[in-house]
Design a protein around this ligand. Structure first.
Ligand code: NAD
Length: 282
């Protein structure tokens, strides 16, 4: 099936980034969320990102308008019937993703590939709630999507080779570099990244260092472009906690126990940049 229209479910930081990159590559996009206000927030972050690119002279004012013009907003999942490939980027919760995939399976045309941008949840289990498990796959973009090259491509147990190839080709068409990863909790990226972030939070919890000092050590000492606590704020502390819970439950080893301080921040609604406060104030 030729991919002309991409469906994106969830217009948060990842969904809006994926919609932007797809529209910039010439695809039509249907971007879905549950409320108009969330869609508006998604559109305004796309506008800001395109504005920054225009200021740097990387795109023209006309490009900016054309890219935005290719993205249609939607607050009903039935609109996914118009699309040729779907990327789900809703909140990192297995029950929510399973419900979305059951509905997508019902609403989408036969043969349409349903992909998930999940950071950690089993693609095999998400695929199993649909009647097209061969057409379900993980397509894990990195944040911020317009800047980051990597897309992990994750086959579930039933995912077909053809689905893998179409997804890999789509990632290339979006200007990304696809890398295959196995369907285990956290895949490759978050199996390695998230325990490091969690350990940094433990270091803060145990007063090994201040947030600034922990980040400075990792930047200057390990050449990381951004410290782990600032990166956690960028990812979203709710998402970090959800990923640690998946690693802990799925791998069964206490080394993946989420730090109590991370839980406390999430309980307080201090989710990082997206709420204006996390380990830092924005
Ligand atoms: P976010 O909180 O910014 O956005 C999630 C969006 O999903 C919200 O706008 C919410 O309203 C919407 N949503 C919730 N239920 C929905 C439903 N039933 N239908 C449609 N939309 C719904 O979160 P995010 O950071 O964009 O993360 C989204 C997904 O991407 C998660 O699975 C996350 O693990 C993954 N991811 C996140 C990052 C990151 O750095 N934040 C990186 C890679 C992958």
């Amino acid at each position: 099936m030729e991919i002309r229209t991409l469906g994106v479910v969830g217009a948060g930081q990842m969904g809006s980034g994926i919609a932007q990159v797809a529209a910039a590559s010439g695809l039509s996009v249907v971007m879905n969320d549950i409320k108009d206000e969330y869609l508006d927030r998604g559109f305004s972050s796309i506008e800001k990102s395109l504005g920054r690119m225009a200021e740097k002279g990387r795109i023209s004012g006309a490009d900016q308008k054309a890219i935005l013009g290719r993205i249609e907003g939607s607050i009903t999942l039935k609109d996914m019937a118009k699309t040729d490939f779907v990327v789900e980027a809703a909140t990192e919760r297995e029950d929510l993703k399973k419900k979305i995939f059951r509905d997508l399976d019902e609403f989408c045309k036969e043969g349409v590939i349903l992909s998930s941008n999940t950071s950690s949840i089993s693609i095999t289990r998400i695929a199993a709630v649909t009647k097209r498990p061969g057409k379900v796959i993980g397509m894990h973009f990195m944040n911020p999507v317009p800047m980051m090259k990597l897309v992990e491509v994750i086959k579930g147990l039933a995912t077909s080779e053809e689905t893998f190839e179409v997804t890999r080709d789509l990632a290339l068409r979006l200007g990304k570099t696809p890398v295959p990863a196995g369907d285990f909790p956290g895949f490759i990226a978050n199996r390695i990244l998230m325990p490091m972030i969690n350990e940094a939070i433990y270091a803060l919890f145990e007063s090994v260092g201040t947030a600034e000092d922990i980040d400075e050590v990792m930047k200057l000492g390990m050449n990381h472009p951004m410290g782990p606590l600032r990166l956690a704020d960028l990812i979203g502390l709710d998402t970090c906690l959800a990923i640690m819970d998946v690693l802990h439950a799925g791998l069964g080893d206490d080394k993946y126990r989420p730090c109590p301080l991370l839980k406390k921040y999430v309980d307080a609604g201090w989710l990082g940049r997206k709420t204006g406060r996390g380990f830092y104030v924005y």
